[in-house]
Design a protein around this ligand. Sequence first.
Ligand code: PRP
Ligand code: URA
Length: 212
Amino acid sequence: MNEDLNVHVINHPLIQHKLTLMRRKETGTKDFRQLLEEISMLMTYEIARDFPLEDVEIETPVAKCKGYKLSGKKVGVVPILRAGLGMSAGVINMIPAARVGHIGLYRDPETLKPVEYYCKMPGDIAERMLIVVDPMLATGGSASAALELLKQKGAKSMILMCLVSAPQGIRLVNKEHPDVPIYVAAIDDHLNEKGYIVPGLGDAGDRIFGTV
Ligand code: PRP
Ligand code: URA
């Protein structure tokens, strides 16, 4: 792996197996969506290893004992629309009490620059840990713009979780948001002339929603 990339690659065998199924061009919408949700659950499980806990006193039917709960305010999950919705479903399965914010961005096909069209966040995002999700980190323009927007709205603690990434996108987010840890399932080779990740999996939004 490139020395200059600051990124956590979650290469659990189940994730790599499912990701390979997603990459296959024959995989249809139903399976693609289900696999993305399953991988997002597994990635959330891995990312949550570092979440802080606090002690709680509880009573079982047998005795009082010490237990644990996740510390602080409920986690926020922020899908970057549209494709991020396919991942937020998995995160919410694992953290059902998570609050959900949405950022609408699309990548202009000519300039490859992100265009914002929607933003609705839970209150007090400054006090929440936010998991920003988007399956594809290509040029990094969309993720970087989303993180910037969230910082402007007060976010202080964020994680970026993506499925497939390109070195270029990781470098951009590392440079513009060195405070934001990045978790991915794969780092692919390069971007093609249309800004698609190679080998990638094609257009994630289209494959999740069955559009063209
Ligand atoms: C895709 C993807 C990311 C972005 C990645 O979204 O889901 O948001 O492209 O590319 P970048 O790193 O070069 O910015 P797209 O713009 O296709 O919108 P969609 O999710 O609505 O399909
Ligand atoms: N967006 C996608 O959906 N796929 C890519 O390969 C790059 C950006």
